[in-house]
Design a protein around this ligand. Sequence first.
Ligand SMILES: *[C@@H]1O[C@H](CO)[C@@H](O)[C@H](O)[C@H]1NC(C)=O
Ligand SMILES: *[C@@H]1O[C@H](CO)[C@@H](O)[C@H](O)[C@H]1NC(C)=O
Ligand SMILES: *[C@@H]1O[C@H](CO)[C@@H](O)[C@H](O)[C@H]1NC(C)=O
Ligand SMILES: *[C@@H]1O[C@H](CO)[C@@H](O)[C@H](O)[C@H]1NC(C)=O
Length: 441
Amino acid sequence: MVRAKWKMVVSLILFMVSPGDGLFHAVYRSILVSQSFKGNAGQPLFLSPYIKNGKIKEGQRKSMVSPFPGMNDKSYAGYITVNQTYNSNLFFWFFPARMQPEDAPVVLWLQGGPGGSSMFGLFVEHGPYIITSNMTVVARDFPWTFTLSMLYIDNPVGTGFSFTDHFQGYATSEDDVAQDLYSALIQFFTLFPEYAKNDFYVTGESYAGKYVPALAHYIHSLNPVQKFKIRLKGIAIGDAYTDPESIIGGYAAFLYEIGLLDEQQQKYFQKQCSKCVKYIKEQEWMKAFEILDKLLDGDVTTGSSFFQNVTGCTNYYNILQCTEPKEQSYFAKFLTLPQVRQAIHVGNQNFSDGAEVEKHLREDTVKSVKPWLSEIMNYYKKRYENVFSFPSSGRSSHLPKKCMGSITKGSPDRVTLLCEIRASASRSYRWLQPSLHIALE
Ligand SMILES: *[C@@H]1O[C@H](CO)[C@@H](O)[C@H](O)[C@H]1NC(C)=O
Ligand SMILES: *[C@@H]1O[C@H](CO)[C@@H](O)[C@H](O)[C@H]1NC(C)=O
Ligand SMILES: *[C@@H]1O[C@H](CO)[C@@H](O)[C@H](O)[C@H]1NC(C)=O
Ligand SMILES: *[C@@H]1O[C@H](CO)[C@@H](O)[C@H](O)[C@H]1NC(C)=O
């Protein structure tokens, strides 16, 4: 009994700090993917010219990925040009659902970071393939692609295989992110019209807690005035980093409670976080970013972060592992193999670790998308189950379900809204308490 409870506590904590987090992309940084390679990687495939010229069948055929040995999943991959001025291109890899692809929902997956490649989600979290240390491809037992048509996009441009030729091509705001993704989606559905009539969901985790509401809100605003309607049905976000102001205040107490900070360190941490929140309120974005980076990430400010110094750990996604598990980066080496690059049509394009992307989004990292999320939730409130129906039984599904389970009084619609906003504060101690309580009952 005691043992079972302990397990529950651990699994919840793991969830709170699960990978792909935040400004929190050390996990992706360890992925060195622009190693040189020998052999013919082919040419990158740019699909926008086919789309523009109505050569749909030809574009589809060209984007088909030859299955890896022993696998027989159908999939399509290539580049979509989202801004011609700057030659900005988003890389996608699309897997039609194995079961009833003709009417399965289409689910867009966006990794966090900022600057984390969605190939992490594909290979490490829920795609059909797992890569082993010897570069063998193994089938995942329960991939999301069983029942969902999964669209993995490296986002924003400059992330993973996605790239831009110009400094100004990088996103500096969530508006930029949404605009580029929207352009990619319109073109994608033009290339694959048979999937455009199906329900569409925007999903992701961690820093995608900002991308998802931004894109959903963008679609929601443009659908009424655009000829092409994207059939947005709902959104799903795991360990969402949506509203920094309401999240950051809870870090110190949380880290103290799980024993990663002592009392003295907690006091310092809290003081810095309060300062950060104060700067956010004053819209001093860079100052807020710098405090947080020094405290937790050490991404941009030089030297190791306060967190790294006092815990001796570089990995804060799993308190049981001080460093990243190496299985999480096997896929990176896999993506350097010329035959793989040829198969997924990226040719010799560099795979970026996201550092440049984060530099351009520094100010954005401390801004909130809460108003967009609230509006979306209001609009889709009648689609309550859809909004919250996570396509997986993975860890990320805990929070909204717990949240729904706890609703006993009041107007369900209002509570739904509140619930989701609180879910966005998933990293805070205040939120952890009630979910622990519910879980242990
Ligand atoms: C290209 O990006 C720039 C900067 O974000 C933007 O001003 C411009 O409208 C974009 N062009 C197109 C065609 O989307
Ligand atoms: C590669 O790894 C897989 C899974 O760990 C194993 O089954 C297979 O035998 C290995 N292949 C070689 C050639 O070592
Ligand atoms: C962490 O320790 C290093 C080495 O002592 C130091 O240079 C750095 O300033 C420390 N970082 C913080 C945020 O205190
Ligand atoms: C990849 O990066 C290297 C080093 O930054 C650069 O020299 C090369 O031109 C890049 N390749 C492509 C295809 O952009």
